[in-house]
Design a protein around this ligand. Sequence first.
Ligand SMILES: O=C(O)[C@@H](O)[C@H](O)[C@H](O)C(=O)CO
Length: 436
Amino acid sequence: MSQKTFSQAPQTSSVPAASELGLAPSFGFGDRIGLATPGHIAAMRLSATGIAPIFAQQSIREMTRTSRDPQGVMGDAMDALGAAKWESQHGADADHLKTPDDVNRTAEAGFTFFTIDPSDHVDQKADDYSESQLRELFAKIKDSAPWFDGYLGKSVKLSTDAEINFDEITLLRAAVKYGPAIREAIALADHIRFVQTEANRDFEIELSVDETDQPTTLAEHYIIAEQCLQAGMKLVSLAPRFIGDLEKGVDYIGDVAKLEASLHDHAAIAEALGPYKLSLHSGSDKISMYPALARATRGRFHVKTAGTSYLEALRVVAVCEPDLFREMVEYSRERYNTDRATYHVHATLETVAAPSELGSNQELQDVYLERWETVPDGLGFTKPGRQILHCAFGSVLTHDRLGPALRQCLLDHPETYSEILAEHFGRHLSALKQGL
Ligand SMILES: O=C(O)[C@@H](O)[C@H](O)[C@H](O)C(=O)CO
């Protein structure tokens, strides 16, 4: 259960309920602790950028790892919005939903933006199968791809002049990789529509296929989106797996110019079939690619962050209680090789100095958190130590001593956390604004 995070019970009656944001540029401020929303609000108020905020955003995976529930996540955000007298539109993202029960729990708590994650049904090995393997596997899954013959031999020219050729091998690979996933995503979207319509509540859907090893091809994006839209999915945004490496806790890794060209092609599909927004998951700290995303989508983007607010919470500890921070780094290192399992990260314990090798607290903070004074404008943090802290968030937050100590440090220093978050997200929002 969520622990109440505010001593006073602020009035939330003036705060509008979470609602649909539609195609407006939007930004998700995931908060894994339940104390970050005041700083997120400060960032929005300082950088009034015309970007719509989502303050309540957690994945089922995050809630499981932090022992929180949808009501607690929504309650923490709404309490903070009430205390800040927030009166503008805001969304609430039930992230990475996989089952009808995930939908029921989050819908009941007032979430209105539902991120469907069919990744359990994606064949991650499909990009490496031979033609004979593809034909053999297609024979087994073809009922989940009734659309196959409709695309066979056709081609589509996008407004960027990119051409998508739906030849047989392309379709076999797309069907084997995503056929079952598309079917499951449509079924879950139908359930969302039923639940929210029955309750006369707002809803909009994001489809996330970002958590695959290989990038989503243009053909795959086109088929996934068209099939979902034809099935009546209320698709407001789609998260492909973009080219390059979008790892947790660090800036984009790859050629940003090549990425921008690819983003234009993906955005052209979204424009032609939808329109809908392109969504960037693992958006924390990806500052170097933000202007390209905003330009390529002409403002039809959603950026989703979460880990970075947790890392900035650790910065409060590093500044205010350095010995506690050192303990948290040591414990995160103990947990890293287990906790990294479901995340795309490259850091290894062998390549990041242990606290015992780092005498001063400033050195420790520089290696495991980095600081803006040392980062050129327009770029994000890149130190791999951040990934070690990022992945161990659940272990630290549920540790019987470290978890309460972290929360208490934030409760003892709310202004420090807000100031740190306001600067941190001010840089994120300013980078997006460059492309608007
Ligand atoms: O860790 C999670 O489960 C979430 O943060 C999830 O990764 C989310 O979709 C995201 O990408 C936020 O950066």
